[in-house]
Each structure stands twice: as structure tokens, then as C-alpha cells.
Design a protein around this ligand. Structure first.
Ligand code: G4P
Length: 527
């Protein structure tokens, strides 16, 4: 029997954030490979290939089936347990992606060296910032033509307001790429054969070590020495506290494809990334070393087989030592749930993973009874907080072709909203549902799934509103009067919380100005 300790100190639970094509799949595969979870590598690749077929629903369906098992990848390395949580495929970018970040303790940000910060990196980064999640940065694809290292470092500092501390810098780029130098320990990583994967480490005293003269082109070396010295002066020294607070990111320049980056990242995560943190609840803060099991559901995923409405709820364990067969209380319903067949994600040997500790994720199969945001405990009546619902970026009115299918439509929208695929809003005036999404591929997914799984044909009509924000006010009466004064533009989400629809940012700002007592929020905590 595998002795999977419940000790939270040995867990590192993290995710990779990036823009499509920056190299997340490649890096994931290499992390698993170098982390010893070899069996998973093929699956990640397969997913990468399928992902490229964009709007083909069958492919998405297949991909979702695969991603149930690869949503969490657990492996042991350096005496630690690494849990890599997949932020779901870029094209089906949804709230799921964001919420996964509430279940990690740190993140790796992958940036394409030729492109710098791109839109989705920035969005995901903002979510990390909401929770002060510490970030290690990999500037990837240094083996290709790349931007100047200083330009990239400055861009991160300026665009994300994040201090950087370069730890590994590139020597050359593109066809001139020779290797990567680690300023923290003097190791120089390069390839015996130019253009091949990195297979050689040269230990140096510092960047001026003559060992480098023997292997690097003199002009390139001279320029690189100057660049590395300037980088050490020009940017912050690494400071653990600052990193842990989410203010400073250590930066590694590398190439996931050429095997430079993955091992350095694994070492760095082991050394500096935080262990599971205490988790706030409505009543108190739960610390990971508590004896009793508690956790929250950050994602619900429908199973591959659309004939069975089976779902898997992904629960992050926040405290205690979970064992297969345990009975847990679903706080929202006060019902006890016997978790007799949890899905564990131990990559090396799935059979023997019977238990989980703080920072781990277990998949709980269910028939739609478990929701995103649910808290499970051994009986205590607490509710984990901090799981956000995000202001949607795309708003549409749902049009139903066969009006006798209103019930099915309601069911479909409620179920899919529960999965986090969409948000649904009920207008005060008129009866058509309004949906809100954070990525536009979700429109196709929603349409196809409503038809395939619920037998309802729907379409979407554009609205004249482009922004949806939650409104809150401590004074009930003031909130009520705001809602009645704006009856046509206030809708309600599934939980009954009021949401204001605005035509534009200008419209929103104008409304804000006229209603100083009302708080307008881009995110709403689920609990
Ligand atoms: P993603 O998951 O972030 O979308 O990116 P993915 O890893 O799929 O990588 C996107 C493309 O970039 C892939 O090429 C991949 O091989 C390439 N790539 C990733 N890391 C590096 C790197 O460090 N250096 C170089 N030169 N290329 C890199 P592709 O041709 O689109 O796909 P494939 O057929 O090679 O898989």
C-alpha cells in the first residue's frame, strides 16, 4: 500500500497560466516526464493534438472525456507530492479556468519569448493577483527568435505591475541560441549538439568563468556577460517573502521543447513554492494541519457519456486525511455523502491511491447533486469562501425554437451553469433567459450540448448590453430602489443576486456616479 502521507508540508499544488501556443502542453508533458509520471506524457500530447480541432463538437466531447483524467496530475518527486491542476483547454476558456486557480497555492506563468504578455496571460494573472498567488515565470521558446530579455522583463514589470527577479538568462536567441545561464548557482545548461535538447551542464564560478570561453562564440559571450551583469544590477534580488506574497516573480528563460526549464522549474517549485495555505470560511480560517477533513468543490465536469448524466465534482482537500469510503457532510444540503469511489489522480499508480491530504484534489462522482462552491466537512457547519463568479464578457438572449420545451431549456441552462460553462440571468421584464460567458467558443458548446444532451434547439440573439456587474448595497432599501429604478437593466443570477447590465463602460461609469451608495462588482464570491 502506498503511504500517501497526509502531511500538508510536502504538497505543492500549482497550475500553469499562459496564452494559447505559449507552450503549456509541452511544459506540462515535460514536467510530468521529468517528475517521473511518465505514463501521463502520452495523454497530454494526445489532448494537445485533439485540441487543435477547434469547433468540432465531437472532438470537444472527446477532449472533455480525456481531460477528466488529466485535469489533475499528481506525482511524487524530490520527496514531495506535486499536484498540477490543468487550467482547461484554451479554446473552451471559461469560468472553470478561473476557478481552478482558486484551488492552487502557486502558479507558473508561461510567456512566449517572441510575443511577451498576451491577453489570456494577463486575464489569468489578474485572477492570481486577486488571491495573491505566487508566480514563477518561464519565458519559453528562447530557442526561437525572441524579444530582447530586458524588453521582456520590463514588459512583465510594467504590464502586470509585478517585480521580476531573473534567475536564469539566455545566451543568444533563435539560430544563435546557445544555452541558459543560472545566475543563482553558476550552472550553464547547453546542448552537445547545436539545436538539440539540453543535455550538458557546465558548472562555473560566475559568468566570467573561462570554461565558458571554451564553448561559446566570443562575441556572443561578451554581449551575454554584459547583459547578465546588467540584469543582476537592474532587477530585484530574489526575496522569498515578496514572492510568497505575490509581489515578485522569479524568472527563468528557457525552452520547454529543448528540455530547458522543466527541471529548473521542478527544483524551484520544490524549494520556494508554498505548501497548502489556510483557507477562509464563513465562520473561521481552516488550517491544513487540522485533523478533520474539509474541502471545497471548484469544478464540476460532466462525464464523457452523454447518456448518463454523471458528473465528477473536483474537491480540493483543505484539511485532514481523506480516506476512500469516508462519509462527508455536504454543508449546503446538510446531507452526508459516502465517498466510496473517489477518483484519485496519482499518475504513477492509480490503483493504490486510497487517500488524500490537504492540497490534493479528489474527484467525487455524482448525479448532479454536487455544485461548484459546495463545502464538505466531517460535520462542521462552515462554508469556504473566495470562489468567485466572474463578470461575463459576452451576453446573449437565448432563443428557443420549440416553445413547448421551456422546461428542458431551464434544466439544460441550470445544469450547464452549475458546471460553470455559462452563467444564466433571469430578466425582471420579459421571459427569455440571458446567458453570460467569458469565452465565445462557449456559445457553440452550449448550443451543441443543449441539443445533444437535453434535446432542445436554441440560438442566441445579441443584446444591446455588453457588461454585466453585480450590485450590492448594505442598505436594503437603497438597493431595492436602485433595482426598481433600473428594472429593465437589472437581472438576477441563479442565486437571486442582482446584476446590472450596462451598454458600455461609459454607461456603467455614469450609473456608478449617479448611485454612489451602490457597489458595482466584476466578481461575486459564490458563497
Ligand atoms: P499550448 O499548450 O500553450 O497551446 O502550447 P503547446 O505546448 O501546444 O505549444 C505550441 C507550439 O509551440 C507547439 O508547436 C510546440 O511544439 C511549440 N513549442 C512549445 N515550446 C517550445 C519551445 O520551447 N521552443 C519551440 N521552438 N517550440 C515550442 P506546434 O508545431 O504547434 O505543435 P507540435 O506539432 O509541435 O506539437
Amino acid at each position: 500500500m502506498h503511504a500517501l502521507s497526509s502531511n500538508h508540508e510536502i504538497r505543492r499544488t500549482f497550475a500553469i497560466i499562459s496564452h494559447p501556443d505559449a507552450g503549456k502542453t509541452t511544459l506540462t508533458e515535460k514536467l510530468l516526464y521529468f517528475g517521473g509520471a511518465i505514463r501521463m506524457a502520452g495523454q497530454v500530447k494526445a489532448r494537445g493534438e485533439k485540441r487543435r480541432a477547434k469547433s468540432d463538437w465531437m472532438k470537444i466531447e472527446q477532449e472533455r472525456g480525456i481531460s477528466v483524467t488529466s485535469s489533475v496530475m499528481t506525482f511524487e518527486h524530490h520527496g514531495l507530492i506535486f499536484n498540477l491542476l490543468d487550467t482547461p483547454g484554451h479554446e473552451d476558456f471559461s469560468e472553470d479556468t478561473y476557478r481552478t486557480l482558486t484551488a492552487v497555492d502557486s502558479a507558473i506563468m508561461v510567456i512566449d519569448a517572441s510575443k511577451g504578455i498576451e491577453t489570456q496571460t494577463r486575464k489569468l494573472f489578474e485572477v492570481c493577483r486577486l488571491r495573491d498567488i505566487p508566480i514563477i515565470t518561464l519565458i519559453n521558446k528562447c530557442d526561437r527568435e525572441a524579444k530582447d530579455p530586458f524588453e521582456l522583463l520590463d514588459e512583465i514589470q510594467e504590464a502586470l505591475a509585478l517585480d521580476v527577479s531573473p534567475m536564469v538568462l539566455p545566451i543568444g536567441s533563435g539560430s544563435n541560441f546557445h544555452g541558459c545561464y543560472n545566475v543563482t548557482n553558476g550552472d550553464y545548461y547547453t546542448a552537445k549538439t547545436r539545436g538539440e535538447a539540453f543535455d550538458t551542464v557546465v558548472e562555473t564560478s560566475d559568468i566570467n568563468d573561462s570554461k565558458l570561453d571554451a564553448i561559446v562564440d566570443p562575441q556572443l559571450l561578451e554581449e551575454s556577460r554584459e547583459m547578465i551583469e546588467l540584469a543582476q544590477i537592474g532587477y530585484s534580488d530574489f526575496d522569498l517573502e515578496s514572492y510568497r506574497e505575490g509581489h515578485l516573480s522569479p524568472v527563468i528563460f528557457g525552452s520547454a521543447l529543448k528540455d530547458f526549464g522543466p527541471t529548473a522549474l521542478l527544483d524551484l517549485i520544490a524549494e520556494i513554492a508554498p505548501m497548502p495555505r489556510p483557507s477562509p470560511t464563513t465562520a473561521r480560517v481552516v488550517t491544513p494541519d487540522e485533523k478533520k477533513v474539509s474541502g471545497f468543490v471548484f469544478k464540476v465536469q460532466a462525464n464523457m457519456n452523454s447518456n448518463h448524466r454523471d458528473r465528477v465534482a473536483f474537491m480540493r482537500v483543505c484539511s485532514g486525511h481523506f480516506k476512500r469510503g469516508m462519509k462527508l457532510r455536504q454543508v449546503r444540503t446538510s446531507k452526508d455523502v459516502m465517498v466510496h469511489s473517489p477518483i484519485m489522480f496519482f499518475a504513477q499508480d492509480r490503483e493504490i491511491a486510497q487517500e488524500a491530504g490537504p492540497g490534493d484534489v479528489i474527484g467525487i462522482p455524482n448525479h448532479g447533486t454536487i455544485r461548484v462552491g459546495d463545502t464538505f466537512t466531517e460535520g462542521e457547519n462552515i462554508q469556504f469562501t473566495g470562489l468567485p463568479a466572474f463578470a461575463p464578457e459576452i451576453l446573449r438572449r437565448v432563443r428557443l425554437f420549440d416553445t413547448s420545451k421551456v422546461k428542458q431549456l431551464r434544466r439544460a441552462l441550470e445544469d450547464l451553469a452549475e458546471e460553470g460553462l455559462t452563467q444564466v440571468f433571469k430578466p425582471n421584464i420579459g421571459s427569455n433567459w440571458i446567458i453570460g460567458l467569458v469565452g465565445d467558443l462557449q456559445l457553440d458548446v452550449l448550443k451543441s450540448r443543449a441539443k445533444a444532451e437535453y434535446g432542445v434547439e436554441i440560438d442566441f440573439e445579441p443584446l444591446s448590453y455588453n457588461l454585466a456587474v453585480w450590485v450590492r448595497c448594505d442598505d436594503e432599501a437603497k438597493l431595492k430602489s436602485f433595482i426598481s429604478a433600473n428594472a429593465a437593466t437589472v437581472v438576477h443570477d441563479r442565486e437571486g443576486s442582482p446584476v446590472f447590465l450596462a451598454k458600455s463602460q461609459w454607461d456603467l461609469d455614469y450609473t456608478k456616479e449617479r448611485n454612489p451608495d451602490i457597489t458595482f462588482m466584476k466578481t461575486r464570491e459564490l458563497v
